[in-house]
Structures are given as C-alpha cells and as structure tokens.
Write a protein of this length. Structure first.
Length: 166
C-alpha cells in the first residue's frame, strides 16, 4: 500500500479528507492549507510529519558528499517545516480562543527510528528494541493537543535511542 493510499484510508476512517501536497512546493502547500481551512471553517491543530535524511560521510571513497542532496534535505526539514508552521499559525491566530486561555501553542517532537524511515537502526534503542510505529507517533500528537499546560516543548520520541560515534 502506498503512502497516499494509507493516508486516504486513515482520513476516511474518522470522517476526514486527505489532501496530498509536496511540502517543498511552497505555493502548493499554501493552497492545500487554504483549501483545508475553507472546507473545515477553521484550523485548530497542525501536525507536521514531513522530513527525511540521508546517511553519508562528508568525504567518502567517491569524493565529497553531494551538496545538492544536503540542500534538498535541508529544504525539506527546515524550510518546508517552517513554512507549514508559519502558515498554520497564521490560520490558527484568526481563531478566537473560547476561554481566552489558549491561543497558538507550538510544541515539537524529535523522533528517531520509525517504520518507513531510511537509514535508521532500531537496535541502538534502549527499550523497546524495535522501530517505532506510526500509531505511537499519533498517540504523542493527541497527548500534546489534549494537554493545555504543554507549551514550547520539544519532546523526544525515540525509545532512548542514541547514535554512538563510529
């Protein structure tokens, strides 16, 4: 099952709609977010999961690390993620808090060794010694949204995984 099929089925399971977008297409991302807000009426929560990486030495047997590959990963992980966050925050700021207690709250998570990632090894995790599952990430996202006292935090979701030097 391809990623778009899985997301489409997940969205349908709870009565939602999946809007695919290439997050490195900034105009397309802005349009997809505007379309979603247009359909839903407002944006209250944003969960950004796009990211990726490559495992390569700075200098290897074939020469220096490919600069364009580094730029592509940086664009995805930094610029595209920031773009989604700023656009989502702008939409959320338009919503008036019901109790004047919550406005736009931003939390982040740092994840490692999840199913579907490339180049990660689960055996370096403390416990459990396996790859993380998408539903475990979803549980963290729900817990973050559910707890009004959680704000301005970066939460690790990595089973205690630490990459030792080679």
């Amino acid at each position: 099952m391809g990623w778009a099929t899985a997301e489409l089925l997940a969205a349908k399971a709870f009565g939602g709609r999946f809007l695919p977008v290439d997050v490195t297409d900034f105009a397309g991302t802005e349009q997809a977010l505007a379309d979603a807000v247009g359909e839903l009426g407002a944006l209250h929560v944003g969960v950004t999961t796009a990211g990726g990486g490559i495992a390569a030495r700075t200098i290897g047997k074939e020469g220096p690390h490919d600069l364009q590959e580094f730029r592509d990963v940086s664009e995805l992980n930094t610029v595209a993620t920031f773009n989604i966050s700023r656009l989502a925050a702008a939409h959320m700021a338009r919503n008036e808090p019901e109790d004047d207690e919550r406005g736009v709250i931003v939390n982040t998570s740092s994840i490692a060794a999840f199913e579907g990632q490339i180049g990660q090894v689960a055996y370096t995790a403390a416990f459990p010694k396996r790859m993380g599952r998408p539903e475990e990430y979803a549980k963290l996202a729900v817990a973050i949204v559910d707890n009004p006292m959680l704000n301005a935090q970066c939460l690790r979701l990595d089973a205690g995984q630490r990459f030792a030097p080679r």
